[in-house]
Design a protein around this ligand. Structure first.
Ligand code: 6PG
Length: 488
Protein backbone atom coordinates (compact mmCIF):
# COMPACT_ATOMS: atom_id res chain seq x y z
CA UNK A 1 0.00 0.00 0.00
CA UNK A 2 1.28 3.46 -0.93
CA UNK A 3 1.60 5.74 2.06
CA UNK A 4 -0.06 9.17 1.82
CA UNK A 5 2.80 11.55 2.49
CA UNK A 6 2.94 14.23 -0.23
CA UNK A 7 1.20 17.57 0.41
CA UNK A 8 1.19 18.39 -3.31
CA UNK A 9 1.46 16.49 -6.57
CA UNK A 10 2.43 17.37 -10.12
CA UNK A 11 1.14 15.49 -13.17
CA UNK A 12 3.09 16.02 -16.39
CA UNK A 13 6.84 16.36 -16.12
CA UNK A 14 7.81 18.10 -19.34
CA UNK A 15 9.91 21.27 -18.99
CA UNK A 16 7.37 23.36 -17.02
CA UNK A 17 6.06 20.50 -14.86
CA UNK A 18 9.55 19.30 -13.94
CA UNK A 19 10.68 22.82 -13.04
CA UNK A 20 7.59 23.46 -10.91
CA UNK A 21 8.06 20.12 -9.08
CA UNK A 22 11.66 21.00 -8.29
CA UNK A 23 10.68 24.46 -7.07
CA UNK A 24 8.03 22.90 -4.81
CA UNK A 25 10.47 20.32 -3.43
CA UNK A 26 13.16 22.96 -2.86
CA UNK A 27 10.69 24.89 -0.68
CA UNK A 28 9.95 22.14 1.80
CA UNK A 29 6.97 20.52 0.09
CA UNK A 30 6.76 16.77 -0.34
CA UNK A 31 5.96 16.40 -4.02
CA UNK A 32 4.25 13.44 -5.64
CA UNK A 33 5.25 13.26 -9.31
CA UNK A 34 3.64 11.39 -12.16
CA UNK A 35 4.23 11.31 -15.90
CA UNK A 36 2.51 9.16 -18.54
CA UNK A 37 5.89 7.74 -19.51
CA UNK A 38 7.73 6.73 -16.36
CA UNK A 39 11.15 7.38 -17.92
CA UNK A 40 10.61 11.14 -17.48
CA UNK A 41 9.84 10.62 -13.79
CA UNK A 42 12.99 8.53 -13.42
CA UNK A 43 15.08 11.22 -15.12
CA UNK A 44 13.71 13.88 -12.78
CA UNK A 45 14.46 11.79 -9.70
CA UNK A 46 17.87 10.78 -11.01
CA UNK A 47 18.94 14.33 -11.91
CA UNK A 48 17.24 16.33 -9.17
CA UNK A 49 15.99 13.90 -6.51
CA UNK A 50 18.44 15.34 -3.99
CA UNK A 51 16.86 18.80 -4.19
CA UNK A 52 13.99 17.84 -1.87
CA UNK A 53 11.37 15.22 -1.07
CA UNK A 54 9.83 13.62 -4.16
CA UNK A 55 7.42 10.69 -4.23
CA UNK A 56 7.61 9.17 -7.72
CA UNK A 57 4.54 7.26 -8.90
CA UNK A 58 4.33 4.71 -11.71
CA UNK A 59 0.55 4.88 -12.02
CA UNK A 60 -2.03 7.59 -11.50
CA UNK A 61 -3.61 5.42 -8.76
CA UNK A 62 -0.31 5.30 -6.91
CA UNK A 63 0.10 9.06 -7.40
CA UNK A 64 -3.30 9.86 -5.89
CA UNK A 65 -2.74 7.41 -3.03
CA UNK A 66 0.54 9.13 -2.15
CA UNK A 67 -1.20 12.49 -1.53
CA UNK A 68 -2.35 13.64 1.92
CA UNK A 69 -5.88 15.04 2.26
CA UNK A 70 -7.20 17.26 0.89
CA UNK A 71 -5.34 15.79 -2.06
CA UNK A 72 -3.96 18.57 -4.24
CA UNK A 73 -2.70 17.86 -7.74
CA UNK A 74 -1.32 20.32 -10.28
CA UNK A 75 -1.83 19.33 -13.90
CA UNK A 76 0.91 20.42 -16.31
CA UNK A 77 -0.05 18.52 -19.45
CA UNK A 78 -0.87 19.80 -22.96
CA UNK A 79 -3.81 22.22 -23.15
CA UNK A 80 -7.07 20.99 -24.66
CA UNK A 81 -8.10 17.32 -24.80
CA UNK A 82 -5.13 15.92 -22.82
CA UNK A 83 -6.02 18.30 -19.97
CA UNK A 84 -9.71 17.33 -20.05
CA UNK A 85 -8.76 13.66 -20.03
CA UNK A 86 -6.39 14.06 -17.09
CA UNK A 87 -8.96 16.06 -15.09
CA UNK A 88 -11.47 13.25 -15.57
CA UNK A 89 -8.99 10.52 -14.66
CA UNK A 90 -7.94 12.35 -11.50
CA UNK A 91 -11.52 13.18 -10.48
CA UNK A 92 -12.38 9.46 -10.79
CA UNK A 93 -9.67 8.62 -8.28
CA UNK A 94 -10.16 11.54 -5.89
CA UNK A 95 -12.71 12.26 -3.16
CA UNK A 96 -14.92 15.24 -2.33
CA UNK A 97 -12.86 18.14 -0.98
CA UNK A 98 -9.79 17.26 -3.07
CA UNK A 99 -8.30 19.91 -5.36
CA UNK A 100 -7.36 19.68 -9.03
CA UNK A 101 -5.24 22.57 -10.35
CA UNK A 102 -4.81 23.27 -14.06
CA UNK A 103 -1.64 25.37 -14.35
CA UNK A 104 -1.53 25.46 -18.15
CA UNK A 105 -2.52 28.34 -20.40
CA UNK A 106 -6.19 27.32 -20.59
CA UNK A 107 -8.93 29.41 -22.18
CA UNK A 108 -10.89 30.90 -19.27
CA UNK A 109 -14.26 29.74 -20.62
CA UNK A 110 -12.94 26.16 -20.62
CA UNK A 111 -11.91 26.72 -17.01
CA UNK A 112 -15.41 27.98 -16.12
CA UNK A 113 -16.88 24.84 -17.75
CA UNK A 114 -14.42 22.48 -16.06
CA UNK A 115 -14.86 24.10 -12.65
CA UNK A 116 -18.62 23.66 -12.89
CA UNK A 117 -18.32 19.99 -13.81
CA UNK A 118 -15.77 19.23 -11.09
CA UNK A 119 -17.71 21.19 -8.45
CA UNK A 120 -20.76 19.05 -9.25
CA UNK A 121 -18.64 16.05 -8.22
CA UNK A 122 -17.79 17.67 -4.86
CA UNK A 123 -14.17 18.46 -5.76
CA UNK A 124 -12.43 21.80 -6.22
CA UNK A 125 -11.07 22.89 -9.57
CA UNK A 126 -8.54 25.70 -9.74
CA UNK A 127 -7.53 27.28 -13.05
CA UNK A 128 -4.16 28.82 -12.28
CA UNK A 129 -2.25 31.12 -14.62
CA UNK A 130 1.50 30.65 -14.29
CA UNK A 131 3.89 33.09 -15.87
CA UNK A 132 7.65 33.20 -16.18
CA UNK A 133 8.44 30.30 -18.50
CA UNK A 134 10.66 27.41 -17.48
CA UNK A 135 13.06 29.57 -15.47
CA UNK A 136 10.17 31.19 -13.63
CA UNK A 137 8.63 27.83 -12.80
CA UNK A 138 11.94 26.75 -11.29
CA UNK A 139 13.09 29.94 -9.58
CA UNK A 140 9.81 31.68 -8.79
CA UNK A 141 6.89 32.35 -11.12
CA UNK A 142 4.04 34.82 -10.84
CA UNK A 143 0.81 32.88 -10.32
CA UNK A 144 -2.84 33.71 -10.85
CA UNK A 145 -5.08 31.08 -9.28
CA UNK A 146 -8.88 31.12 -9.54
CA UNK A 147 -11.26 28.76 -7.71
CA UNK A 148 -12.99 28.72 -4.34
CA UNK A 149 -11.86 30.41 -1.10
CA UNK A 150 -11.73 26.96 0.44
CA UNK A 151 -9.27 25.62 -2.13
CA UNK A 152 -7.12 28.75 -1.66
CA UNK A 153 -6.77 27.88 2.06
CA UNK A 154 -4.87 24.72 1.13
CA UNK A 155 -3.26 25.89 -2.08
CA UNK A 156 -2.37 29.46 -1.07
CA UNK A 157 0.51 28.66 1.32
CA UNK A 158 1.94 26.12 -1.13
CA UNK A 159 1.92 28.60 -4.01
CA UNK A 160 3.26 31.36 -1.78
CA UNK A 161 6.19 29.12 -0.90
CA UNK A 162 7.31 28.88 -4.55
CA UNK A 163 6.28 32.25 -6.03
CA UNK A 164 8.71 35.00 -6.97
CA UNK A 165 9.08 37.54 -4.15
CA UNK A 166 9.18 41.32 -4.51
CA UNK A 167 9.89 43.35 -1.36
CA UNK A 168 9.24 40.13 0.54
CA UNK A 169 5.74 39.77 -0.96
CA UNK A 170 4.98 36.59 -2.92
CA UNK A 171 3.81 37.17 -6.50
CA UNK A 172 0.60 35.21 -6.10
CA UNK A 173 -2.88 36.11 -4.92
CA UNK A 174 -6.29 34.49 -5.04
CA UNK A 175 -7.68 36.15 -8.16
CA UNK A 176 -11.34 35.11 -7.96
CA UNK A 177 -13.75 32.27 -8.58
CA UNK A 178 -13.79 29.75 -11.46
CA UNK A 179 -12.08 31.17 -14.61
CA UNK A 180 -10.82 34.43 -13.06
CA UNK A 181 -7.20 33.26 -12.80
CA UNK A 182 -6.97 32.13 -16.40
CA UNK A 183 -8.77 35.29 -17.56
CA UNK A 184 -6.18 37.47 -15.84
CA UNK A 185 -3.34 35.33 -17.21
CA UNK A 186 -4.83 35.74 -20.69
CA UNK A 187 -4.81 39.53 -20.35
CA UNK A 188 -1.25 39.33 -19.02
CA UNK A 189 -0.28 37.58 -22.24
CA UNK A 190 -2.13 40.15 -24.34
CA UNK A 191 -0.15 42.92 -22.65
CA UNK A 192 2.99 40.83 -23.21
CA UNK A 193 2.26 40.83 -26.96
CA UNK A 194 1.80 44.63 -27.04
CA UNK A 195 4.91 45.21 -24.94
CA UNK A 196 7.01 42.99 -27.21
CA UNK A 197 5.65 44.69 -30.31
CA UNK A 198 6.44 48.25 -29.13
CA UNK A 199 9.96 47.12 -28.32
CA UNK A 200 10.18 45.60 -31.81
CA UNK A 201 8.90 48.82 -33.39
CA UNK A 202 11.55 50.79 -31.47
CA UNK A 203 14.22 48.41 -32.74
CA UNK A 204 12.97 48.73 -36.31
CA UNK A 205 13.11 52.53 -36.17
CA UNK A 206 16.71 52.44 -34.96
CA UNK A 207 17.75 49.70 -37.36
CA UNK A 208 16.04 50.63 -40.60
CA UNK A 209 15.46 54.31 -39.91
CA UNK A 210 18.66 55.37 -38.19
CA UNK A 211 20.78 52.61 -39.71
CA UNK A 212 22.17 51.48 -36.36
CA UNK A 213 23.85 48.09 -35.86
CA UNK A 214 22.30 45.53 -33.45
CA UNK A 215 25.15 45.97 -30.98
CA UNK A 216 24.56 49.73 -30.76
CA UNK A 217 20.82 49.18 -30.39
CA UNK A 218 21.47 46.64 -27.61
CA UNK A 219 23.33 49.37 -25.76
CA UNK A 220 20.38 51.73 -26.11
CA UNK A 221 18.04 49.12 -24.62
CA UNK A 222 20.52 48.53 -21.81
CA UNK A 223 20.48 52.20 -21.04
CA UNK A 224 16.68 52.33 -21.18
CA UNK A 225 16.59 49.45 -18.75
CA UNK A 226 18.17 51.70 -16.12
CA UNK A 227 15.19 54.09 -16.11
CA UNK A 228 11.38 54.15 -16.32
CA UNK A 229 11.39 51.34 -18.87
CA UNK A 230 13.19 48.94 -16.54
CA UNK A 231 11.66 45.54 -17.30
CA UNK A 232 12.43 41.93 -18.07
CA UNK A 233 11.42 42.33 -21.73
CA UNK A 234 13.74 45.32 -22.30
CA UNK A 235 16.54 43.45 -20.54
CA UNK A 236 16.19 40.32 -22.70
CA UNK A 237 15.90 42.47 -25.83
CA UNK A 238 19.42 43.76 -25.16
CA UNK A 239 20.58 40.18 -24.61
CA UNK A 240 19.09 38.98 -27.91
CA UNK A 241 20.61 41.94 -29.80
CA UNK A 242 24.06 41.39 -28.27
CA UNK A 243 24.08 37.76 -29.35
CA UNK A 244 26.21 36.62 -32.33
CA UNK A 245 25.34 33.55 -34.38
CA UNK A 246 28.13 31.00 -33.89
CA UNK A 247 27.69 29.40 -37.33
CA UNK A 248 27.94 32.58 -39.42
CA UNK A 249 29.46 35.16 -37.10
CA UNK A 250 26.54 37.44 -37.98
CA UNK A 251 24.31 39.19 -35.47
CA UNK A 252 21.84 36.55 -34.26
CA UNK A 253 18.91 38.87 -35.06
CA UNK A 254 19.86 38.78 -38.74
CA UNK A 255 19.77 35.02 -39.10
CA UNK A 256 16.33 34.56 -37.50
CA UNK A 257 13.35 34.37 -39.90
CA UNK A 258 11.15 37.40 -39.45
CA UNK A 259 7.91 35.48 -38.86
CA UNK A 260 6.59 35.71 -35.31
CA UNK A 261 4.81 32.66 -33.92
CA UNK A 262 1.98 32.60 -31.42
CA UNK A 263 0.10 29.99 -29.45
CA UNK A 264 -3.20 31.83 -29.20
CA UNK A 265 -3.43 33.61 -25.85
CA UNK A 266 -3.05 37.04 -27.50
CA UNK A 267 -5.81 36.15 -29.93
CA UNK A 268 -8.08 35.10 -27.04
CA UNK A 269 -7.42 38.45 -25.34
CA UNK A 270 -8.57 40.31 -28.43
CA UNK A 271 -11.54 38.01 -29.13
CA UNK A 272 -12.68 38.40 -25.52
CA UNK A 273 -12.22 42.16 -25.68
CA UNK A 274 -14.37 42.27 -28.82
CA UNK A 275 -17.11 40.37 -27.00
CA UNK A 276 -16.83 42.77 -24.07
CA UNK A 277 -16.67 45.79 -26.44
CA UNK A 278 -13.46 47.02 -24.78
CA UNK A 279 -10.96 48.54 -27.22
CA UNK A 280 -7.61 46.84 -26.74
CA UNK A 281 -6.10 48.36 -29.86
CA UNK A 282 -2.47 47.94 -28.81
CA UNK A 283 -2.90 44.24 -28.11
CA UNK A 284 -4.98 43.79 -31.27
CA UNK A 285 -2.39 45.46 -33.47
CA UNK A 286 0.34 43.37 -31.85
CA UNK A 287 -1.53 40.16 -32.69
CA UNK A 288 -2.18 41.35 -36.25
CA UNK A 289 1.46 42.38 -36.66
CA UNK A 290 2.50 38.81 -35.85
CA UNK A 291 -0.11 37.62 -38.35
CA UNK A 292 1.26 39.89 -41.08
CA UNK A 293 4.83 38.80 -40.38
CA UNK A 294 3.74 35.18 -40.72
CA UNK A 295 2.03 35.59 -44.10
CA UNK A 296 4.94 34.57 -46.35
CA UNK A 297 2.90 34.24 -49.56
CA UNK A 298 1.41 37.68 -49.20
CA UNK A 299 4.77 39.19 -48.32
CA UNK A 300 6.60 37.53 -51.18
CA UNK A 301 3.86 38.59 -53.61
CA UNK A 302 4.19 42.14 -52.25
CA UNK A 303 7.92 41.95 -52.96
CA UNK A 304 7.33 40.63 -56.49
CA UNK A 305 4.72 43.26 -57.23
CA UNK A 306 7.20 45.81 -55.93
CA UNK A 307 4.73 47.78 -53.79
CA UNK A 308 6.15 51.27 -53.93
CA UNK A 309 6.89 53.44 -50.90
CA UNK A 310 9.58 55.51 -49.25
CA UNK A 311 13.00 54.13 -48.36
CA UNK A 312 13.36 54.55 -44.58
CA UNK A 313 17.06 55.34 -44.55
CA UNK A 314 16.75 58.00 -47.24
CA UNK A 315 13.83 59.72 -45.52
CA UNK A 316 15.53 59.63 -42.13
CA UNK A 317 19.00 60.59 -43.40
CA UNK A 318 18.88 63.89 -41.53
CA UNK A 319 18.51 62.01 -38.25
CA UNK A 320 20.92 59.22 -39.07
CA UNK A 321 23.83 61.46 -40.02
CA UNK A 322 23.65 64.17 -37.35
CA UNK A 323 24.69 62.73 -33.96
CA UNK A 324 22.69 65.29 -31.98
CA UNK A 325 19.53 64.78 -34.05
CA UNK A 326 19.97 61.04 -33.79
CA UNK A 327 20.35 61.16 -30.02
CA UNK A 328 17.27 63.26 -29.66
CA UNK A 329 15.23 60.96 -31.94
CA UNK A 330 16.31 57.95 -29.89
CA UNK A 331 14.96 59.76 -26.85
CA UNK A 332 11.73 60.38 -28.79
CA UNK A 333 11.48 56.65 -29.45
CA UNK A 334 11.98 55.92 -25.75
CA UNK A 335 9.13 58.27 -24.90
CA UNK A 336 6.89 56.77 -27.61
CA UNK A 337 7.60 53.32 -26.22
CA UNK A 338 6.77 54.42 -22.70
CA UNK A 339 3.51 56.14 -23.68
CA UNK A 340 2.36 53.24 -25.91
CA UNK A 341 3.15 50.80 -23.14
CA UNK A 342 1.04 52.80 -20.70
CA UNK A 343 -1.85 52.70 -23.20
CA UNK A 344 -1.51 48.91 -23.60
CA UNK A 345 -1.66 48.42 -19.83
CA UNK A 346 -4.55 50.87 -19.50
CA UNK A 347 -6.47 48.91 -22.13
CA UNK A 348 -5.62 45.53 -20.57
CA UNK A 349 -6.77 46.74 -17.14
CA UNK A 350 -10.00 48.03 -18.71
CA UNK A 351 -10.58 44.58 -20.16
CA UNK A 352 -10.15 43.06 -16.71
CA UNK A 353 -12.53 45.61 -15.18
CA UNK A 354 -15.19 44.83 -17.77
CA UNK A 355 -14.55 41.06 -17.60
CA UNK A 356 -15.01 41.18 -13.82
CA UNK A 357 -18.44 42.80 -14.28
CA UNK A 358 -19.62 40.43 -16.96
CA UNK A 359 -18.30 37.20 -15.45
CA UNK A 360 -19.09 38.10 -11.84
CA UNK A 361 -15.61 38.36 -10.34
CA UNK A 362 -14.30 40.81 -7.80
CA UNK A 363 -10.87 41.50 -9.26
CA UNK A 364 -8.44 43.50 -7.14
CA UNK A 365 -6.52 45.47 -9.78
CA UNK A 366 -3.92 46.71 -7.29
CA UNK A 367 -3.17 43.15 -6.18
CA UNK A 368 -2.92 41.98 -9.80
CA UNK A 369 -0.40 44.74 -10.57
CA UNK A 370 1.56 43.75 -7.46
CA UNK A 371 1.84 40.07 -8.40
CA UNK A 372 3.02 41.08 -11.88
CA UNK A 373 5.99 42.97 -10.41
CA UNK A 374 8.06 39.79 -10.24
CA UNK A 375 8.35 36.37 -11.83
CA UNK A 376 6.23 36.99 -14.91
CA UNK A 377 7.23 37.94 -18.45
CA UNK A 378 5.84 41.50 -18.23
CA UNK A 379 7.50 42.24 -14.89
CA UNK A 380 8.51 45.87 -14.89
CA UNK A 381 9.37 48.69 -12.57
CA UNK A 382 6.32 50.70 -13.50
CA UNK A 383 3.92 48.05 -12.18
CA UNK A 384 4.57 49.63 -8.77
CA UNK A 385 2.95 52.75 -10.17
CA UNK A 386 -0.03 50.78 -11.48
CA UNK A 387 -0.50 49.17 -8.11
CA UNK A 388 -0.39 52.66 -6.51
CA UNK A 389 -2.98 53.86 -9.03
CA UNK A 390 -5.39 51.18 -7.84
CA UNK A 391 -4.34 51.31 -4.19
CA UNK A 392 -6.94 51.47 -1.45
CA UNK A 393 -9.79 50.55 -3.79
CA UNK A 394 -9.24 53.48 -6.17
CA UNK A 395 -10.81 52.87 -9.60
CA UNK A 396 -9.37 55.46 -11.99
CA UNK A 397 -11.61 54.27 -14.90
CA UNK A 398 -8.53 54.29 -17.09
CA UNK A 399 -4.92 54.32 -15.97
CA UNK A 400 -4.58 57.32 -18.28
CA UNK A 401 -6.58 59.37 -15.73
CA UNK A 402 -4.28 58.47 -12.86
CA UNK A 403 -2.17 61.57 -12.06
CA UNK A 404 1.16 59.77 -12.46
CA UNK A 405 0.36 58.22 -15.84
CA UNK A 406 -1.52 61.28 -17.06
CA UNK A 407 1.60 63.35 -16.50
CA UNK A 408 3.89 60.71 -18.00
CA UNK A 409 1.87 60.59 -21.23
CA UNK A 410 1.57 64.37 -21.37
CA UNK A 411 5.33 64.63 -21.10
CA UNK A 412 5.91 61.93 -23.69
CA UNK A 413 3.42 63.05 -26.25
CA UNK A 414 5.41 65.53 -28.33
CA UNK A 415 8.04 62.85 -28.82
CA UNK A 416 5.39 60.21 -29.46
CA UNK A 417 3.79 62.34 -32.18
CA UNK A 418 7.17 63.04 -33.81
CA UNK A 419 7.95 59.32 -33.89
CA UNK A 420 4.60 58.40 -35.42
CA UNK A 421 4.93 61.18 -38.00
CA UNK A 422 8.53 60.39 -38.95
CA UNK A 423 7.95 56.65 -39.11
CA UNK A 424 4.90 57.14 -41.30
CA UNK A 425 6.83 59.44 -43.66
CA UNK A 426 9.66 56.94 -43.80
CA UNK A 427 7.45 53.92 -44.43
CA UNK A 428 8.31 52.05 -41.24
CA UNK A 429 5.30 50.18 -39.83
CA UNK A 430 4.48 51.19 -36.26
CA UNK A 431 1.03 49.66 -35.71
CA UNK A 432 1.08 49.81 -31.91
CA UNK A 433 2.75 53.23 -31.59
CA UNK A 434 0.24 54.73 -34.02
CA UNK A 435 -2.91 52.98 -32.83
CA UNK A 436 -2.11 53.75 -29.19
CA UNK A 437 -1.71 57.43 -30.04
CA UNK A 438 -5.02 57.36 -31.93
CA UNK A 439 -6.68 55.74 -28.93
CA UNK A 440 -5.33 58.48 -26.69
CA UNK A 441 -6.52 61.17 -29.08
CA UNK A 442 -9.87 59.43 -29.45
CA UNK A 443 -10.30 59.40 -25.70
CA UNK A 444 -9.51 63.08 -25.31
CA UNK A 445 -11.60 64.30 -28.27
CA UNK A 446 -14.60 66.31 -27.13
CA UNK A 447 -16.42 65.47 -30.34
CA UNK A 448 -15.83 62.34 -32.39
CA UNK A 449 -16.91 61.65 -35.97
CA UNK A 450 -19.12 58.92 -34.53
CA UNK A 451 -21.91 61.47 -35.06
CA UNK A 452 -21.45 61.05 -38.80
CA UNK A 453 -21.58 57.27 -38.48
CA UNK A 454 -24.89 57.63 -36.62
CA UNK A 455 -26.19 59.79 -39.46
CA UNK A 456 -25.13 57.21 -42.04
CA UNK A 457 -26.67 54.37 -40.04
CA UNK A 458 -29.91 56.23 -39.73
CA UNK A 459 -29.98 57.03 -43.45
CA UNK A 460 -29.42 53.52 -44.76
CA UNK A 461 -30.96 51.48 -41.97
CA UNK A 462 -33.24 53.69 -39.87
CA UNK A 463 -31.08 52.77 -36.89
CA UNK A 464 -31.94 56.06 -35.14
CA UNK A 465 -29.63 58.52 -33.37
CA UNK A 466 -29.56 60.55 -30.20
CA UNK A 467 -29.59 64.37 -30.16
CA UNK A 468 -27.21 66.55 -28.18
CA UNK A 469 -30.07 68.83 -27.08
CA UNK A 470 -32.75 66.41 -25.91
CA UNK A 471 -33.12 62.81 -24.71
CA UNK A 472 -34.60 59.99 -26.77
CA UNK A 473 -34.01 58.27 -30.11
CA UNK A 474 -34.70 60.01 -33.41
CA UNK A 475 -35.05 59.10 -37.07
CA UNK A 476 -34.96 61.39 -40.08
CA UNK A 477 -37.20 60.53 -43.04
CA UNK A 478 -34.26 60.71 -45.45
CA UNK A 479 -36.10 59.50 -48.56
CA UNK A 480 -39.11 61.75 -47.92
CA UNK A 481 -39.20 65.33 -46.73
CA UNK A 482 -36.27 64.88 -44.25
CA UNK A 483 -38.46 65.71 -41.33
CA UNK A 484 -37.50 64.14 -38.02
CA UNK A 485 -39.57 61.79 -35.93
CA UNK A 486 -39.05 60.86 -32.32
CA UNK A 487 -39.10 57.12 -31.63
CA UNK A 488 -41.15 55.77 -28.74
C1 6PG B 1 4.36 33.48 -19.68
C2 6PG B 1 4.17 33.43 -21.17
C3 6PG B 1 3.81 32.08 -21.65
C4 6PG B 1 3.55 32.00 -23.15
C5 6PG B 1 4.72 32.29 -24.00
C6 6PG B 1 4.53 32.02 -25.48
O1 6PG B 1 3.65 34.28 -19.08
O2 6PG B 1 5.18 32.73 -19.15
O3 6PG B 1 3.11 34.28 -21.51
O4 6PG B 1 2.65 31.68 -20.97
O5 6PG B 1 3.15 30.71 -23.44
O6 6PG B 1 5.12 33.60 -23.82
O7 6PG B 1 3.44 32.68 -25.99
P1 6PG B 1 3.27 32.84 -27.58
O8 6PG B 1 3.74 31.57 -28.20
O9 6PG B 1 1.80 33.03 -27.80
O10 6PG B 1 4.10 34.00 -27.96
Amino acid sequence: MTQAQANIGVVGLAAMGASLSRNLARHGNTVAVYNRHYSRTETLIHDHGQEGRFVPAKTLQEFVASLTKPRTAIIMVKAGDPTDQMIDDLADLMEPGDIIVDAGNAYFKDTIRREKAIRARGLHFVGCGVSGGEQGALLGPSMMPGGTDESWKTLGPILESIAAKVDGEPCVTHIGTDGAGHFVKMVHNGIEYADMQVIAESYDLMRRGLGMEPEAIAQVFEEWNQGDLNSYLVQITAEVLHHTDAATGKPFIDIVTDQAGMKGTGTWTVQTALDLAVPVTGIGEAVFARGLSSSPELRSQAAQEDLKGPQPKAVMADLATDPEARKSFIEDIRQALYASKIVAYAQGFNEMQEGAQVYGWKLDMGAIARIWRGGCIIRAKFLNRISDAYAAGREPGSLLFDPFFKQAVEQAQDSWRRVVARATQAGIPIPVFASSLSYYDGLRSDRLPAALIQGQRDLFGAHTYGRVDQPGAFHTLWAEDKSEIKQD
